[in-house]
Structure formats: structure tokens, C-alpha cells
Write a protein that binds this ligand. Structure first.
Ligand SMILES: Nc1ncnc2c1ncn2[C@@H]1O[C@H](COP(=O)(O)OP(=O)(O)O)[C@@H](O)[C@H]1O
Ligand SMILES: [Mg+2]
Length: 119
């Protein structure tokens, strides 16, 4: 397979959650590539590893080993080896949490405003 710049290249990606007896191998040496502009559907039964793969691609979690190339940047090489991107990983990791908390606060404020109308 030839990789054209601008896409996604995933090589031998592995993700293990936990350690020892309770370890779960969610991704077992995944190899795939997506060309720029290509639309790909990820299907599989519950627990197949779809969310884990997407979380790795979004740098929300770090794969245990393997390599991920986005565009022409290797973003993971046996973990988060690109130090400039370690910071980006840290930042991105907080994003869903922050937005989820903000949504919750907004909902609570809306509910409170509704309740205040009643008293
Ligand atoms: N944070 C986690 N800690 C431990 N195991 C996890 C965690 N997230 C997912 N898993 C396990 O990894 C496997 C793949 O899960 P997941 O990527 O969520 O699959 P899918 O999205 O295809 O349903 C499952 O066995 C799941 O129980
Ligand atoms: Mg899922």
C-alpha cells in the first residue's frame, strides 16, 4: 500500500487498557489507511474497539504501541513520542470534559431560570 500525504495511516496500532489479570487488549495490531477526502464507516459489534480507535486518532487517549500518521506528521510512535504533540494531547484530553461540564452548567442555569418563574 502506498500512503499519500494528507490522509491517515495506522500501523500496528495496539491499545491495552489496565494491567495484569484485568488487562483488556482493545486494539490488536490495527493496520489501515484513509486517503484525504475518503469517507470511511467503522462498524463492528459492541466492544470491538471502534471508540478506542477513534479516541486514539483524536489524541484523547494514547495507544500502547504502534504508529499513527496524520497528514505528514507522525503523531504517535510507540505512544506519544512527538514531544510538541504531548502538550497538544494534554490539551485535547481536557476538551471533552470542559465542554461536557459547560453543557451541564448551561442546562442547570436554564432549569433554574424556569424554576424561578414558578416562585
Ligand atoms: N477505559 C477503559 N478501561 C478498560 N477497558 C476499556 C475502556 N474502554 C474500553 N474498554 C474495553 O475495550 C474494549 C473495546 O471497547 P470500545 O473501544 O469501547 O468498543 P466499541 O466502541 O466498539 O464498543 C471493550 O472490551 C471494552 O470493555
Ligand atoms: Mg463505542
Amino acid at each position: 500500500m502506498t500512503y499519500k500525504t494528507g490522509g491517515i495511516l495506522i500501523e500496528n496500532l495496539r491499545k491495552v487498557y489496565g494491567h495484569g489479570d484485568t488487562a483488556v487488549e482493545a486494539l490488536k495490531n490495527v493496520n489501515m489507511q484513509v486517503s484525504a477526502g475518503e469517507v470511511v464507516g467503522l462498524v463492528g459489534p459492541s466492544g470491538a474497539g471502534k471508540s478506542t480507535l477513534l479516541k486514539c486518532l483524536g489524541a484523547i487517549i494514547e495507544p500502547t504501541s504502534g504508529r499513527m500518521t496524520l497528514g505528514n506528521e507522525v503523531i504517535f510512535e510507540d505512544g506519544c513520542a512527538n514531544f510538541e504533540l504531548v502538550d497538544t494531547c494534554e490539551n485535547i484530553r481536557e476538551l471533552p470534559v470542559k465542554s461536557a461540564v459547560q453543557i451541564k452548567i448551561d442546562n442547570l442555569k436554564r432549569e433554574l431560570a424556569e424554576l424561578e418563574k414558578l416562585v
